[in-house]
Design a protein around this ligand. Structure first.
Ligand SMILES: [Zn+2]
Length: 277
């Protein structure tokens, strides 16, 4: 579907105050549990000055703007498990925190058929402004949480939570959830094993897409720092209402709590000194 926007768009001037908008928030928790939750695509919101980036407002209810359902799941999980979480507050359409700074899709000009007028022809100043005001503060917050855990002698397992569309290019996706990994699949394996114990769940192993994009959030914060990790993708129709969210919080909290209580999380931590993986 090609959407041709008719909404006029004027880029904001550099000098306009965007300081009211918060780039991210951190939910404090017990770092000694060895887990850090991250949520790159929690919200579809934009600083007011950007309007809707020239798109119809309805585009911000779609997956192209954010991952439906994940903010509530991560909030619920962090509360249930008592672990810290870092969540972004800006739409991925403004700048995608799950892309490297030199990735051509960092600021999407076209997303799932929708042209993004406010991202066309932006100059380096505007790109740098989005990096410095939104993207980098979010990533610094993740770094700060990891640094604080390591200072306490804990190598945290990074669990990044996303959601995916039930169909892509007309083909239904059978998985209820997928676990993505890059070079270390151990944490993903724990989830795959635990979730697959429920015969009603179809659990994907490195699907609907493979993990491992240079410069993405998991690569930057976990792979490059030698931390165990997984990227959990939940099918968005399963967490699009309060009942679904609450079911997945219950399910995931049980699974993760079991991993913590049985020291499986602790055993994932690399032996960083010897480089033993
Ligand atoms: Zn996502």
């Amino acid at each position: 579907m090609n959407i041709v926007s008719t909404v006029p768009y004027t880029a904001p001037a550099d000098s306009e105050d965007q300081s009211e908008f918060t780039s991210h928030y951190v939910l404090p928790g017990d770092r000694t549990r060895g887990i850090l939750l991250v949520c790159d695509h929690a919200r579809s919101t934009l600083p007011e000055v950007y309007g809707n980036l020239g798109l119809p407002a309805s585009e911000f209810e779609r997956h192209i703007a954010y991952d439906i359902g994940v903010e509530a799941v991560v909030n619920g999980l962090a509360a249930r498990l008592g672990v810290p979480a870092v969540l972004s507050c800006f739409s991925r359409l403004l700048i995608d925190p799950n892309r490297g700074m030199d990735d051509p899709t960092l600021i999407m000009q076209l997303s799932d058929g929708a042209v993004v007028p406010g991202n066309r022809d932006i100059d380096d100043n505007e790109r740098n402004l989005r990096l410095s005001r939104y993207y980098q503060p979010y990533h610094r917050a993740i770094d700060a949480e990891i640094d604080a855990a390591i200072a306490d002698d804990v190598a945290p397992v990074l669990i990044s939570v996303h959601s995916f569309t039930p169909a892509w290019k007309g083909v239904a996706r059978p998985w209820h959830a997928g676990l993505l990994w890059e070079d270390d699949r151990r944490c993903s394996d724990l989830f795959i094993q635990a979730l697959s114990a429920d015969p009603n769940l179809v659990v994907g192993d490195n699907v609907p897409y493979a993990g491992g994009l240079v410069g993405d959030c998991m690569n930057t914060h976990a792979v490059k720092r030698g931390l165990p990790h997984t990227l959990l993708e939940i099918r968005q129709d399963l967490i699009s209402d309060a009942e679904g969210v609450s079911q997945w919080i219950d399910r995931l909290a049980d699974v993760i709590d079991h991993m913590v209580v049985n020291d499986q999380i602790k055993s994932l931590a690399y032996n960083r000194a010897s480089g033993d993986k």
